[in-house]
Design a protein around this ligand. Structure first.
Ligand code: PMP
Ligand code: GLU
Length: 379
């Protein structure tokens, strides 16, 4: 039995493969499932990568990431997140892999890592891959953190708490006071906060607070270009952490990935140079989508929904007796609409579904019409 034998396929990734398969057979599926902006990457970013390749940026580069990009990221996190990091505190690596790299750098066998229930589908498996033990903390009814529950579950084996704001799947955005409380817990118990900030640019109300703006040593910040710049297939992100953690992560990159492709790093540099116009446009479009989906769901008597302040997900609860996997399978079979079953995000996600509204308004209207027809049958 190897570690990987206990690891299941990612439900979001396998569902998206299933949808692609159905589409290739000519079946029209309206997907509100996998979380990725429907926009194609801005042409200026693509041209930058293309030109970089033509200019010979096709060789191995520094495992930690090219210096110019790390300097720009240091500048970005200083200006936008009030994080005082040096380029040497940054490693360039896909966001998903950065979380695993952080875990493998932190954990001894059996160490505990706390994650919310519900939470993003890959944390639990990644903790297990790093030989750790996932421990779930509860969320309140409004999806804020239940701090009493969290603190009561800290033990002498706890090594880190993963937080994710804006939160996948609930869309919850942590307030300043909540972030401060988390930072104080990390300092008091001398444990790490792994702060996954991948949805930073999709906040509709409130503001994004990076815990590393309050305390640097105990915080590992994860971010990337996938969501903000519609670059999910480019696989590029970064991690910001203290010297000890970054040095371990760099050894890990050396011995596994070697380095991230230099032409992709040039494209990332271009994103930071272009600045906020790209994601502000995406965010404005998705705000309209959010308001629309919220309105439709609020009118359904058997659905309870909280308007998310961030991300591009909605996580409604339904009050009829069908498990979330059967719900989503039946919705797909009968109406050709794909959403993610809440159970994929943890036991507390049961009787919920996740709807991604990161798609075109037209597709959303069509999908929500079919969704409404499906749900009304349970009234
Ligand atoms: N964290 C969360 C909460 C996510 O939803 C995702 C999925 N994109 C990631 C990390 C990984 O991001 P990336 O695809 O950029 O590696
Ligand atoms: N994070 C996205 C999602 O939750 C993309 C797929 C994945 O990496 O899980 O749908």
């Amino acid at each position: 039995m190897t570690i990987i034998d206990n690891i299941k396929r990612s439900p979001t990734i396998s569902l998206s493969e299933k949808i692609k398969d159905l589409k290739s057979k000519g079946i029209e599926v309206l997907s509100l499932s996998i979380g990725e902006p429907h926009f194609n990457t801005d042409k200026r970013i693509i041209e930058e990568a293309y030109n970089a390749m033509l200019e010979g940026d096709t060789h191995y580069v520094n495992s930690q990431g090219i210096l110019k990009l790390r300097e720009e990221i240091a500048n970005k996190v200083k200006q936008e997140n009030s994080i005082q990091a040096l380029p040497s505190n940054i490693a360039v690596i896909p966001a998903k892999f950065a979380i695993y790299a952080s875990l493998i750098s932190l954990l001894e066998e059996g160490d505990e890592v706390m994650i919310s229930n519900p939470c993003w589908v890959s944390y639990e498996s990644q903790i297990m891959l790093a030989r750790g033990k996932p421990v779930y903390y509860n969320l309140n009814d409004d999806y804020s953190i239940d701090f009493d529950d969290l603190v009561s579950k800290i033990t002498n084996k706890t090594r880190a708490i993963i937080i994710n704001s804006p939160h996948n799947p609930t869309g919850y955005v942590l307030t300043y006071n909540e972030v401060k409380q988390l930072v104080d817990i990390a300092k008091d118990y001398d444990i790490y906060l792994i702060s996954d900030e991948i949805y930073e640019k999709f906040i509709y109300e409130g503001e994004h607070i990076s815990p590393a703006s309050l305390e640097f040593e105990h915080i590992i910040t994860i971010n990337g270009f996938s969501k903000a710049y519609a670059m999910t297939g480019w696989r590029l992100g970064y991690v910001v952490a203290n010297d000890i953690i970054i040095n371990k992560i760099v050894s890990f990159i050396d011995q596994t990935l070697t380095c991230m492709p230099p032409f992709i790093q040039r494209a990332a540099l271009k994103c930071l140079q272009i600045g906020d116009s790209i994601y502000k446009y995406y965010r404005d479009e998705y705000r309209k989508n959010r308001d629309y989906v919220y309105k439709i769901l609020s009118e359904l008597s058997n659905i309870e929904v909280i308007k998310p302040k961030g991300t591009f997900y909605m996580f409604p609860k339904y009050n009829f007796q069908i498990d979330s996997l059967s719900f989503t399978e039946s919705l797909l079979a009968k109406e050709k609409v794909a959403v993610v079953p809440g159970i994929a995000f943890g036991s507390k996600g049961e009787y919920h579904i996740r709807i991604s509204f990161a798609t075109s308004y037209d597709l959303l209207e069509k999908a929500m019409d079919r969704f409404t027809r499906f749900v009304r049958k349970f009234e």
